[in-house]
Design a protein around this ligand. Structure first.
Ligand SMILES: *[C@@H]1O[C@H](CO)[C@@H](O)[C@H](O)[C@H]1NC(C)=O
Ligand SMILES: *[C@@H]1O[C@H](CO)[C@@H](O)[C@H](O)[C@H]1NC(C)=O
Ligand SMILES: *[C@@H]1O[C@H](CO)[C@@H](O)[C@H](O)[C@H]1NC(C)=O
Ligand SMILES: *[C@@H]1O[C@H](CO)[C@@H](O)[C@H](O)[C@H]1NC(C)=O
Ligand SMILES: *[C@@H]1O[C@H](CO)[C@@H](O)[C@H](O)[C@H]1NC(C)=O
Ligand SMILES: *[C@@H]1O[C@H](CO)[C@@H](O)[C@H](O)[C@H]1NC(C)=O
Length: 707
């Protein structure tokens, strides 16, 4: 049969498509995490894997390990590497179908990365003897492999916490410990906030009393850390030490100490003689694992089994990608779900249910979009599996305003506002407790009064009667100028921001002003011209550059970033007064990227609880996470989308930013605006009087006439 030409072509195309599909299906997708430490490696190894026709693997890239986990769940990747905590997020979630194929072991014979044991001296026969004894602890400072799950497991398993409502969780934990033991050495920071750290250490002194330098209680102490806790025990300073099994084994051998005078304290409450081959382990930390989905499990497992770095280049490259140091992938004996796998580590599984206080303390975060809600929920997961407390709950509202309302009515505990929302939030009875900031000067939001270089004006006051360009009605620039202008004269102050600005400038253009709003003075839009599609800031900059306005209230970054093709050296800023002009730009206000806002009447304990929680989150999931890749990146992208929950430029969260910049904090400007000052209502009263006067005169006239 003779097929017409197009049909042949069609066949050929389909055949090619099938062929491509088959070849494509042959490559397994490995999800790798792109971080500051791995970026280089990923870039060139992934390219090699892609170019190598023999390679059976190609990369997909996530920006944190939880992202790669979601990649697996959504079938965008076939396998990835997770830390055990990450894996725990899929425990009791069989619908994710996560399977574990390999452990990435550093020592191929060790079944776990480390095991925690409690070693006691002869004074302790069982757990009932623990009370009132001396405790040697390696410290709470988190490292790549050491987090609250492991550092607090022993105390949480043995001591019933006292949970006073007027104390933060961290203080409850420390105070419980302080009451229980006679003394301890827990050196190093207890909290990332040094003020709190000092406060707690001076309030619960006995927990530092065994340190070589009790007043310091620093991480440099003789009894600090893994080795320090053992020394503390074998120097007869402490009665019980919470240590890693392998460290203990080494310590006793190296120091030539007989184990006869010590024993293991076991989870069943009893002690047994020290035999390092037969220890009493409380909790152990699994190795990082290679995980996949059920449907790809066989293929991934067989790929991993056949992996031999000596054999081919791509095998070698793949192993490089799996981990940074030299590891041996060891297959799990049975290919099982994350739950099957984790059940081999009973202590690790139970650690997640040992919280410090019951009921769990949770805080509720209010957000407004589906993607924010999803990111918030994954953060909540990450917080839980990494042992941070309180736990995070997420609620979604339909608008930003509804979220402010939710905080006001205590349905939510906090809301992350943008700077332009701060005034509204404050008016609703919310207050800021934390600011998302950066130390990169070019990213800092600095509001300035920008004029042409050759303009005759020297200070803000000189602008009286000129023309101004604002980036929006009640925008940051508007509010800031209103706050300054209100102060220019102490007598004859206008009562509203609209009057202040309408009376100060002859003409202005306020970008995005509600169209022909008849309640607003005309001169607020007299300067506006139809502009092509520019953002409010750029449009406002143009308003100045075109010569329509004498001044523009914009972010100095808008000027220096040169996005609208203007040269920043043609512009300068105005200072409040000449004495402040030192040649550097003058800024009227600096803004944080975001502000964590809470109910204004929140208790001090609640405020601290939130603050400490965010500090810990920042430490683990912020810019300065420990290790090669972040488990979760709070400020980074979520599913390719930027600025979800916090601005992507955030470097850290800070309680106070007043000392950071030359300018006033925008929050202070907002404070200032909310403060009542005497003002003259003259301009408002005036039209009213005019209307009522004829009537009153008539009345007067009438009465005079009739008397
Ligand atoms: C624990 O040891 C003490 C003696 O040190 C003893 O009096 C007590 O009965 C023991 N408790 C248990 C549960 O074995
Ligand atoms: C270790 O201790 C034993 C006896 O306790 C002693 O015979 C031996 O010489 C010691 N070794 C070192 C290196 O100190
Ligand atoms: C072990 O205990 C015994 C008796 O309690 C004591 O004589 C000996 O000095 C102790 N050994 C060490 C190394 O502390
Ligand atoms: C906070 O407390 C003050 C004084 O009791 C009260 O006037 C104010 O309305 C409270 N704020 C909110 C948002 O409820
Ligand atoms: C306005 O004056 C008050 C009182 O002197 C002062 O506290 C405030 O900081 C001033 N505001 C601005 C924006 O300069
Ligand atoms: C901006 O202007 C200055 C001086 O007028 C000039 O030296 C500089 O090259 C200009 N920069 C740009 C990007 O045009």
């Amino acid at each position: 049969m003779q097929l017409p030409r197009p049909a042949w072509l069609c066949f050929l195309l389909i055949f090619t498509a099938i062929l491509v599909e088959v070849v494509h299906a042959g490559k397994l997708k490995l999800c790798v995490v792109d971080s500051q430490h791995t970026a280089k490696k990923i870039k060139w190894i992934c390219q090699k894997l892609k170019d190598d026709p023999e390679s059976k693997v190609e990369c997909s890239v996530g920006n944190d390990r939880f992202h790669c986990l979601r990649h697996l769940i959504h079938r965008e990747s076939d396998f990835t590497v997770l830390e055990p905590e990450d894996l725990f997020a899929t425990y009791e979630a069989p619908e994710y179908n996560i399977f574990v194929t390999n452990e990435l072991r550093f020592f191929s014979c060790d079944k776990e990365r480390y095991q925690m044991v409690a070693i006691v001296n002869k004074k302790i026969k069982n757990t009932s003897d623990l009370r009132g004894k001396n405790f040697c602890h390696p410290g709470y400072e988190p490292t790549e492999y050491w987090n609250r799950i492991f550092s607090t497991y022993f105390e949480k398993s043995n001591i019933v916490p006292e949970c006073e409502l007027d104390k933060t969780l961290i203080e409850n934990r420390i105070s419980t410990l302080s009451d229980y033991f006679r003394a301890a050495c827990i050196a190093g920071p207890w909290s990332p906030d040094s003020v709190l750290d000092t406060k707690l250490k001076s309030r619960y002194k006995n927990l530092c009393a065994l340190c070589e330098n009790p007043a310091g209680c620093f991480s440099g102490d003789k009894y600090y850390g893994r080795e320090g806790a053992l020394l503390c025990l074998t120097d007869s300073v402490g009665d019980v030490a919470w240590v890693m099994l392998k460290d203990a084994k080494e310590h006793f051998k190296e120091q030539n100490i007989t184990t006869d005078n010590f024993s293991f304290l076991c989870p069943d409450g009893m002690t047994k003689p020290i035999d390092f081959d037969n220890p009493c382990v409380w909790i152990s930390r699994p190795w990082p694992v290679v995980v996949t989905r059920r449907d790809a499990a066989e293929r991934v497992a067989s790929l991993m089994r056949s992996l031999d770095p000596e054999k081919t280049h791509w095998n070698y490259d793949l192993i490089q990608l799996l981990e940074s140091y030299h590891v041996t992938p060891v297959s799990t004996e049975i290919l099982g779900t994350s739950e099957d796998y984790l059940q081999r580590f009973p202590g690790f599984v139970s650690a997640n249910s040992v919280t410090s206080c019951r009921p769990f303390r949770t805080v509720t975060w209010c957000e407004t979009s589906n993607v924010q809600d999803k990111k918030c929920r994954w953060l909540g997961n990450a917080v839980k599996v990494y042992g941070i407390e309180p736990l995070i709950n997420c609620i979604q509202e339909t608008s930003r305003e509804a979220c402010m309302e939710a905080v006001r009515t205590h349905r939510a505990d906090f809301f992350v506002a943008k700077p332009e929302e701060e005034l509204q939030a404050r008016k609703k009875g919310l207050k800021p407790i934390l600011f998302a900031v950066t130390s990169k000067t070019k990213d800092v939001g600095n509001l300035a009064a920008v004029v042409m270089k050759n303009s005759p004006y020297l200070t803000l006051k000189d602008l009286k009667g000129t023309s101004a360009c604002f980036a929006g009605f009640r925008s940051i620039g508007w509010n800031t100028f209103a706050a300054y202008a209100r102060n220019f004269s102490s007598t004859d102050r206008s009562c509203t921001d609209v009057e202040t600005i309408a009376n100060f400038f002859k003409d202005s253009c306020v970008s995005d002003l509600p169209e022909k709003d008849s309640t607003l003075p005309n001169n607020l839009y007299s300067l506006c011209e139809h502009e092509e599609n520019l953002g409010d800031e750029d449009r406002t900059f143009r308003c100045l550059a075109s010569g329509r306005g004498n001044v523009a209230f914009i972010n100095w970054n808008t000027v220096t970033s040169n996005t609208v093709g203007l040269n920043s050296s043609d512009f300068r800023t105005l200072c409040l007064d000449e004495s402040m002009d030192d040649g550097e730009p003058c800024f009227l206000a600096c803004t944080a990227f975001n502000t964590v806002m809470v109910h204004e009447n929140i208790s001090e304990t609640q405020r601290e609880e939130l603050y400490f929680m965010f500090l810990e989150i920042d430490l683990l999931f912020g810019r300065n996470y420990k290790g090669q890749t972040p488990a979760f990146s709070l400020y980074g992208k979520y599913e390719e989308k930027s600025n979800i929950l916090f601005s992507e430029k955030t470097q850290r969260l800070q309680k106070d930013i007043s000392h950071m910049h030359r300018a006033k904090r925008y929050s202070e400007i907002v404070d200032d605006l909310l403060r009542d000052v005497p003002c003259s209502t003259a301009s408002l009263v005036h039209p009213y009087i005019c209307q009522i006067l004829p009537f009153m005169l008539t009345l007067l006239f009438y009465r005079c006439f009739h008397s």
